[in-house]
Design a protein around this ligand. Structure first.
Ligand code: C5P
Length: 219
């Protein structure tokens, strides 16, 4: 029997992660946060100085990919990178400002799709990202597409980030949200767009519980 896949795509900070995590728990599915995967590679690319101003050292990125693995931790309802649990270090504004550049690379995207399909081949999964319903799992059991006003999304992200980074500003986050939306939606490979047959949910005026109820009622 084929595994069930719930694809949750959408713009940055629309509530995808919180809702996907909650849904995976509720359904007892595994949770695959594909944004985390791009962030983890970006985190290590920065650590290894693979960004030279705006350029990326592509052969070294390939090397990094060859030495990377992702696995599922049901205990933490999270992915592990090389068996390690990564937390807030991959969610900083610095990573958010670089991740779309890494996510544009063909080698990186090809690698991610293979990993994501392998992870979801084992169990029923809630898979969250930008290209899940369009490219990674076009035959997903259910597809959702989340949107929300940019200023509301930036406010939500600001509230999260200010806890660990008192230097971060709302304006910086709004700028990043706008830039990421643009780069993710306009890249040549697997651009962010609403998948055919997906259910669109605008979370601008919804609480997490209201958005969650909407998802459940559409399953
Ligand atoms: O969802 P999150 O904000 O963590 O994603 C970080 C970035 O990773 C996105 O802005 C996008 O550039 C990239 N991404 C992607 N495809 C996915 C998931 C994330 O290109 N499936």
């Amino acid at each position: 029997m084929k595994n069930k896949i719930i694809a949750i795509d959408g713009y940055a900070s629309t509530g995808k992660s919180t809702l996907s995590k909650k849904l995976a728990k509720y359904l007892d599915y595994i949770y695959i946060d594909t944004g985390f995967m791009y962030r983890a590679i970006t985190y290590y690319a920065l650590k290894k100085n693979l960004f030279i101003q705006t350029n990326i050292n592509c052969s070294k990125i390939e090397n990094l990919l060859n030495n990377s693995s992702f696995s599922v931790s049901k205990k933490y309802n999270s992915l592990l990178f090389n068996k390690k649990l990564l937390g807030d270090e991959v969610r900083t504004i610095i990573i958010s400002e670089k991740v779309s550049k890494i996510a544009m690379l063909k080698k990186v995207r090809d690698y991610m799709v293979i990993q994501q399909r392998a992870l979801a081949s084992k169990e029923n999964s809630v898979v969250e990202g930008r290209d899940i319903g369009t490219i990674v799992f076009p035959d997903a059991t259910k597809k959702f597409f989340l949107t929300a006003d940019q200023s509301v999304r930036a406010k939500r992200r600001y509230k999260e980030l200010i806890i660990n980074d008192p230097d971060v500003s709302y304006e910086q986050i709004l700028k990043n949200v706008i830039k990421r939306d643009h780069e993710d939606s306009n890249r040549k490979l697997s651009p962010l767009k609403r998948a055919k047959g997906s259910i669109e949910i605008d979370t601008t005026k919804l609480t997490i519980d209201q958005a969650f109820d909407l998802i459940i009622s559409n399953l």
